[in-house]
Each structure stands twice: as structure tokens, then as C-alpha cells.
Design a protein around this ligand. Structure first.
Ligand code: AMP
Length: 193
């Protein structure tokens, strides 16, 4: 994986371990020559990951819609900044530019991005690995909810298995590197979507 998108909070949260791990994720990207693709902000957990990359001479691609440029405060030290017309274009560019996706702690925006990218994978619109970095149990409840959706018959086990989870950065990257995508669903005709 050359480029990885990280979906995460525009807030910083209140857990020192999560803040430190987010910075460490950015540092690891720089050390492994992985380019960070993210929402371009300087604030919150987004800013921590980016700073981890930048302080260690790594590469960053920030993608932000025009209307959010002041609200989320664009990081000024990015390798590349892409400004889009709207949220939808932002997401499509982030998805296209990335070879994999990592979810670290965040709120509604992060969940929206997580569920959209998992849904697109389930539809066979991409075959890229999706990983949850479950620092300090932040996503224990989300994982339980997903397992419940499987047991209640609303989510296929194979679609849940397509999301890899680990509590460590190295463990997660290894699982993502070894990820074998499911074949695209037989019924899918991409031309019609
Ligand atoms: P949050 O996890 O809510 O702090 O948001 C993290 C990122 O998701 C930020 O870059 C937001 O711009 C983005 N975001 C926030 N709300 C939405 C939404 N409704 N749809 C898509 N992205 C969002």
C-alpha cells in the first residue's frame, strides 16, 4: 500500500493514549514511506496524524471541500492540498487516491466515512483493505454492534470479515497487507451504478 486514507475525528477527544497513538500512526507512515491521504485539517485527531507524518518527513495529501477550509483549519505544511467543490467530491477523491483505509477514533463524520467505504466494498465497487485501529477499546462497541448485525441476519459474516481490526499499528498494517479481497458479487454490473 503506497497511499492510505485515515478517517478520524476533527476533535481531539479526551484520551491521551488515543492522541499519542494517532501521532504514532503518522510517524509509522513516514517511516514506511506510506503517503497519508486525509481531510487536510490541522485540528483534532486529524491534525495529530498529519503532524506525525510531517515531523518525520513523510508525505501528506489533504482533501477538503471549499466551505470547510476555515472551519476545519487547513494544515499549511501538506505535500499536496486538493480543494473540492463539495463533500461528495472530497470523499470520491480520497477513495480513489488510496490503496487502503484506516479508521481511528472520531465521531459522526468518521462513522459516515467508515460505513460508506465498507458499503462500497460490500457492493464490490472497490477491493481495498479497510482496517480499524482499536486503540484503548474505542471501537469495542462498534465491533459488538457489527457482530450483532451478523447474528440478527442484517450483515453477512464475509462482509464483516472484510474489515480487519487490531489494537496495534504494526499488527493492523500487517493484516491489511495480507488482506485477500472477496470476489465481486455475481449480480454486480458496475456500468449501471
Ligand atoms: P468527525 O468524526 O465528526 O469529527 O468528522 C471527521 C471528518 O469527517 C471531518 O473531516 C469532517 O469534515 C467529516 N465529516 C463530518 N461530518 C460529515 C458528514 N456528515 N459526512 C461526511 N463527512 C463528514
Amino acid at each position: 500500500m503506497k497511499n492510505i486514507a485515515v478517517f478520524c475525528g476533527s476533535s481531539e477527544g479526551n484520551d491521551e493514549k488515543i492522541i499519542n497513538e494517532s501521532y504514532a500512526l503518522g510517524k509509522t507512515f513516514a517511516e514506511k514511506n506510506i503517503t497519508l491521504v486525509y481531510g487536510a485539517a490541522k485540528i483534532g485527531i486529524m491534525g495529530k496524524v498529519a503532524q506525525g507524518v510531517i515531523d518525520n518527513n513523510g508525505e501528506t495529501i489533504g482533501v477538503i471541500p471549499h466551505f470547510l477550509k476555515t472551519k476545519e483549519i487547513v494544515h499549511t505544511e501538506l505535500t499536496e492540498l486538493i480543494v473540492t467543490d463539495n463533500m461528495h467530491d472530497r470523499k470520491v477523491i480520497m477513495y480513489d487516491k488510496s490503496d487502503g483505509f484506516i479508521i481511528i477514533p472520531g465521531g459522526f463524520g468518521t462513522m459516515d466515512e467508515f460505513f460508506e467505504i465498507t458499503t462500497w466494498g460490500q457492493l464490490g465497487l472497490h477491493t481495498k483493505p479497510i482496517g480499524i485501529l482499536n486503540t484503548n477499546g474505542y471501537y469495542d462497541a462498534l465491533i459488538m454492534q457489527c457482530k450483532m448485525m451478523v447474528s440478527r441476519g442484517f450483515l453477512k459474516q464475509e462482509n464483516l470479515d472484510a474489515v480487519v481490526v487490531d489494537t496495534t499499528i504494526d499488527g493492523l498494517l500487517e493484516k491489511m497487507n495480507n488482506y485477500k479481497p472477496l470476489p465481486a458479487p455475481q449480480w454486480l454490473n458496475k456500468e449501471r451504478l
